[in-house]
Design a protein around this ligand. Structure first.
Ligand code: CA
Ligand code: CA
Ligand code: CA
Ligand code: CA
Length: 568
């Protein structure tokens, strides 16, 4: 009996030591010729013009070990697609990025080639291309590059139904009831919610639904997607602001998201929203997370039109690495420490992760080039992203998706093709389960796009039952250009009746702020987005170091105090 217990204990120790132990690794071998001599460099330049490296996203040709489960191509199979479109030809969905905004003749030419235009906005066209025409489209003179669409990844939602540290049905720490007792319920205010899916007939908020709009090119279905996420966000808005009208808008891909945001902001008359809340952040990096990209520009437009943007900060404080490229042992791979060239992460078999690396560079005309690789615990390559940024004028990022084929350690490595002496770069890991990166930095871990934008209210999360404590995953500021973010924090876990579960993450916090703004606007509808942000920040309960800080922003939102300073 005793022996059994002892061996059981030993077994446990062995098991757990395997997950704690992180190896120092400097002998990793990149599966290409090392770029050290001039000759090798030339070869690499040559590689850069090959077909494989022209795809901006690591679709099959860029994978060392392609596996169907890891295919980056979006969504449905080509067979299903051709069936759906009633054609015998196979079509694949791509995004064409152009040098300039889309012109009518570009669309005409694509149609003549047998392509189906799904949606276009600014300099991006989402298009179905017959598989045998992909290379033709890639080489059209208006095509800057071709890539696969990006979609929201489950990271933003599902995980946080389970791992929240605490749930709460109460908004007492926000002083919501006190605000409601004054009679302000969000009446006369319209809040648009941009998410992946909703059930507009859900009994909890159906009376609030003003109109719905689907930007999903494939099926225009408002209910197709992560419906729990959208429902929970909507429920929270309407619990804070029970009489507000809500506009439900969904999308599937990054281009549809941009299109939806742009159209919402440009709505006129009675359809125009007062507030737009996005608790889904498309992970496509832009302008090195400084808030100046397309989404930052749309936030500015919204502000100018009197629409207040609210965005979740992200859930990446523990899944984000930030560093300056350095190579102490001269093997072209970044040294995470002087003795370690790999960033280890433990995965369980079946886990899906997406690793996104980007560096600080000219987004339209990059001068540096890093590559990204994932290796198994024997340091054999599993997946690589090796875009030649300079020759392709491709944006400075690399993205790899993998599905873990075994439980255990995986190694991420960063290779220098060309890098300045001091080159800041960041790695984000988006996944359902990862919270054990060997090296990580909570600071500057905001999601890309809206969260770092000046003209949005960026919301982080504190623990619902200990509102003085930050949720450990809540993304922190500052922005990469050293501006203070997030703006505020709200509660990180709310029990939602619409999903019969705790809904957690900064996705839960952002709609609390959107609802609060609806209450404030129902007291005084003339308040500008800047004024609303200012009031919420000035009346927030300061947390952490005195004054505004990059962890809690101005502090925990207090709806009642904000209400009191507003004149009717
Ligand atoms: Ca190295
Ligand atoms: Ca390591
Ligand atoms: Ca590269
Ligand atoms: Ca503070």
């Amino acid at each position: 009996m005793r022996k059994k217990i002892i061996s059981f204990i030993i077994f446990i120790i062995i098991l757990s030591s395997g997950t704690i132990y992180a190896r120092d690794v400097t002998d990793i071998l990149w599966p290409e010729t090392k770029v050290s001599s001039g000759e090798d460099k030339e070869k690499n330049e040559l590689d850069s013009s090959s077909e494989a490296s022209k795809t901006i996203v690591p679709s099959a040709p860029l994978y060392i070990v392609p596996s169907p489960a890891d295919s980056y191509r979006y969504g449905f199979s080509t067979e299903a697609l051709s069936g759906g479109y009633g054609k015998t030809v196979n079509m694949e969905r791509y995004i064409i990025e152009l040098n300039f905004d889309v012109q009518a003749e570009d669309l005409t030419l694509l149609k003549e080639l047998g392509c189906e235009i799904e949606v276009y906005v600014f300099n991006m066209i989402q298009v179905l291309i017959p598989v045998d025409r992909v290379e033709i489209v890639r080489h059209l003179n208006f095509t800057r590059f071709l890539r696969s669409p990006f979609s929201e990844i489950e990271e933003n939602s599902k995980i946080f139904k389970q791992i929240s540290s605490a749930g709460s049905e109460e908004f007492s720490s926000l002083q919501l009831n006190e605000a409601h007792k004054k009679g302000y319920m969000g009446q006369g205010v319209k809040v648009a919610i941009l998410d992946t899916a909703f059930d507009p007939s859900n009994s909890i908020f159906r009376k609030n639904v003003y109109y719905t709009l689907s930007f999903r090119s494939h099926d225009r279905d408002i209910m197709e997607g992560d419906i729990d996420h959208g429902n929970a966000v909507t429920e929270i808005v309407t619990r804070i602001a029970p009489k507000t009208k809500i506009i439900l808008v969904n999308f599937q891909t990054d281009v549809e998201y941009i299109k939806a945001l742009k159209e919402l902001i440009n709505m006129t008359g009675s359809r125009k929203p007062d507030v737009i809340v996005t608790a889904v952040n498309i992970i496509l990096p832009d302008d090195y997370y400084d808030g100046s990209g397309i989404r930052g520009g749309l936030a500015r437009l919204a502000r100018d039109k009197g629409i207040t943007m609210v965005s979740s900060a992200g859930n990446n404080a523990q899944t984000h690495y930030m560093g300056m490229f350095n190579d102490k042992n001269d093997n072209s791979l970044h040294n995470f420490t002087s003795r370690d060239d790999t960033l280890e992460v433990n995965l369980k078999r079946g886990d899906r992760i997406r690793v996104v690396m980007s560096w600080k560079d000219n987004w339209k005309n990059p001068s540096d080039d890093l590559d990204l690789g994932i290796f198994n615990d024997n340091l054999e390559p599993l997946a690589m992203s090796t875009i030649r940024q300079k020759s392709l004028k491709a944006p400075p990022y690399e993205i790899v998706d993998i599905t873990a084929s075994y439980s255990g350690a995986y190694h991420i490595a960063v290779k220098k093709i060309k890098a300045r002496e001091v080159l800041p770069f960041m790695i984000y890991i988006y996944s359902l389960t990862v919270s054990n990166m060997e090296y990580f930095n909570p600071e500057t871990s905001l999601d890309p796009g809206l969260p770092p934008a000046s003209d949005t209210i960026t919301v982080g999360s504190v623990q619902s039952t200990y509102p003085g404590k930050l949720e450990p995953w809540s993304s922190q500021g500052k922005t990469t250009d050293n501006r203070m973010k997030p703006d505020l924090v709200a509660l990180g876990g709310i029990y939602c009746n619409s999903i019969h579960s705790i809904f957690s993450g900064t996705s839960s916090a952002a709609p609390q702020v959107a609802g609060a703004i609806a209450l404030l606007l129902s007291k005084n509808h003339t308040l500008s987005p800047d004024k609303l942000k200012d009031i919420l920040k000035k009346t927030a309960h300061d947390l952490g170091p005195p004054g505004e800080d990059p962890v809690f922003g101005a502090g925990l939102m207090n709806i009642y105090k904000a209400m009191l300073v507003i004149q009717e």
